[in-house]
Design a binder for this molecule. Structure first.
Ligand code: NOJ
Length: 537
């Protein structure tokens, strides 16, 4: 009997960056009706949930991560009825919908901040973080993550500084103020009432700052070639212990609703700290996002296996794992490790233990797009040249048409479309048995069909080869073997201790099906395979 598993454990989560997915209105920017128009595709692809990056009203200083009205849709993306239609259409197809919730900051154009900055005595003054230079300890040394220096901005009218961890147009909310907490929980309730299945919590660890605003120490490991925002260790501006109280409160809000509503947190933290967000009694968030694969520099079995093992070992009892391969803040996987290996990475993602999060376009092998300096849109790219995130946000490649079918011909898309869109697109890959898209679908299908892959245990295998990563997934006696050859040469494995024979279900280099004998598994150069092991052999 298969135990009742919540969707956020067994399902495949697919991230949509709404500006770049599909443009139904024909203005060059993606929108919610565009997402609705592609729900059939998402169902066909085999994803269980979509996570939408922000679509709220926003001046777009950080493309929606600067919210000026949490309870409305920005006209660029459509209307609230468009959202409801999209949600209903997704749910009708069995697809859950998670939305981005941006709690750390608002836009400086949000009415709360407009009030807050109007005078030092305004009732909402304390909703944000204001300081005077001569306050005890003086203004501290905290730096903005987007680069460009101090995280404090002088307000000439009221003669104080406000804190902005990110862009100057993204003032940080003061989560020590109970009114702020309640107002933000009301926002969560607004969307939960509308029927969303959960939230991806943006920049979650930043919500609480050191009470004494102590200076952050410089990171002695930082070198001038490293990103400017890594110069300081954020000991006092990030991941303060009190943030876990907020996490519990957010969980209480979602738990007060029926259904399996999930909280997924964006947390770039060391493993030990990451795990605390599950909560000591699992009363924290459901999935603290695990960026191990995103941050991994060298993709080799001897880096991957310890990465997985360390993560598995660090998980608290009952804490559900998750894996991320890419997102809108990091170079795409196919650009990081190359096209052949990115097929193996997709196989790894969809066969490891834990909820997989996929980034739109990775299923067809999209790569980063070169954005010339005059077209850079990302505030991080503007403040810290060379570190922009536009390249991984280019329009989804639906077809070989002009603008890749993302927006109508003759319309200028908000970011350039990739040059390779004539070959790399959904239309071209749909019917091609050897395409990346077909591989993705096959893996998503297997994950749904085989409990060993979605909820089974994980055991690394000794392959006797430093270039092959292999592991066993098992559920109630059903075993699935995954073997990934990272070498440019063919490898032959002897894995007799796992049984005598098995059947290849999927290969990163099709066509390949049929039986294998486990004392002689041949793997071609950069090939990964999924093998169902015959029971009792
Ligand atoms: C993390 C988001 O993923 C990123 O895109 C955004 O710029 C920052 N948080 C600020 O909201």
């Amino acid at each position: 009997m298969i135990r009742k598993i919540p969707w956020w454990q067994k399902g495949v989560i697919y991230q949509i960056y709404p500006r770049s997915f599909a443009d139904a209105s024909g203005d060059g920017t993606g929108d919610l009706r565009g997402v609705s128009s592609r729900l059939d595709y998402l169902e066909w692809l085999g994803v269980d949930a979509i996570w939408l990056s922000p679509f709220y009203r926003s001046p777009m200083a950080d493309f929606g991560y600067d919210v000026s009205d949490h309870c409305d849709v920005d006209p660029v993306f459509g209307t609230l009825p468009d959202f409801d239609e999209m949600l209903e259409g997704a749910n009708r197809r069995g697809i859950k919908v998670i939305i981005d919730f941006v709690p750390n900051h608002t836009s400086d154009e949000h009415p709360w901040f407009v009030e807050s900055r109007s005078s030092q005595t305004n009732p909402r003054r304390d909703w944000y973080i204001w300081r005077e230079p001569e306050e005890a300890g003086g203004l501290n040394n905290w730096e903005s993550i987007f680069g460009g220096g101090s995280a404090w901005e002088w307000d000439e009218k009221t003669k104080q500084y406000y804190l902005h961890t990110f862009d100057v147009k993204q003032p940080d909310l003061n989560w020590r103020n109970p009114e702020v907490r309640e107002a933000m929980y009301d926002v969560m309730r607004f969307w939960l009432d509308r029927g969303v299945d959960g939230f991806r919590l943006d920049a979650l660890s930043f919500l609480i700052k050191d009470e004494r605003f102590r200076d952050n120490p410089l990171d002695p490991k930082w070198r001038p070639v490293d990103p400017p925002w890594a110069r300081q260790r954020r000991d006092y501006s990030d991941d303060r212990p009190e943030v876990l109280d907020i996490v519990r409160e957010m969980r209480a809000v979602t738990d007060s609703y029926e259904g399996e509503r999930a909280l997924i947190g964006e947390l770039y933290l060391p493993l030990k700290r990451l795990m605390t967000y599950y909560g000591t009694e699992l009363e924290g968030i459901h999935l603290p996002l695990n960026f191990g694969l995103v941050l991994l520099q060298e993709w080799r079995p001897d880096t991957l296996e310890p990465l997985v093992e360390r993560y598995e070992a660090a998980l608290p009892q009952g804490g559900w794992p998750n894996w991320v391969l890419g997102n809108h803040d990091n170079p795409r996987i196919a650009s990081r490790i190359g096209p052949a290996r990115s097929r193996m990475a997709q196989m790894l993602l969809l066969t490891l233990r834990g909820a997989p999060t996929c980034y739109y376009g990775d299923e067809i092998g999209m790569t980063d797009v070169k954005v010339p300096p005059e077209l850079v849109r990302d505030p991080q790219g503007i403040r810290s040249p060379g570190y922009g995130r536009d390249p991984e946000r280019s329009p989804m490649q639906w077809s070989a048409d002009s603008n890749a079918g993302f927006c109508p011909k003759g319309v200028e898309p908000w970011l350039p479309v990739a040059d390779d869109h004539e070959e790399v697109n959904v239309e071209a890959q749909k019917g091609d048995p050897s395409s990346m898209l077909t591989l993705f679908r096959c893996l998503a299908y297997l994950r749904r069909k085989l409990p060993a892959l979605s909820i089974g245990s994980y055991r690394p295998l000794d392959t006797g080869s430093s270039s092959v990563l292999a592991y066993l997934r098992e559920y109630e006696g059903n075993q699935v073997l995954v073997a990934l050859n990272f070498s440019a040469a063919q490898r032959v494995l002897n894995l007799t201790d796992t049984g005598k024979r098995g059947e290849v279900l999927c290969s990163t280099l099709p066509p390949r099906t049929g039986d294998v004998t486990l004392n002689k598994i041949e793997l071609r150069s950069e090939e990964g395979i999924v093998v169902s092991l015959a029971s009792g052999t």
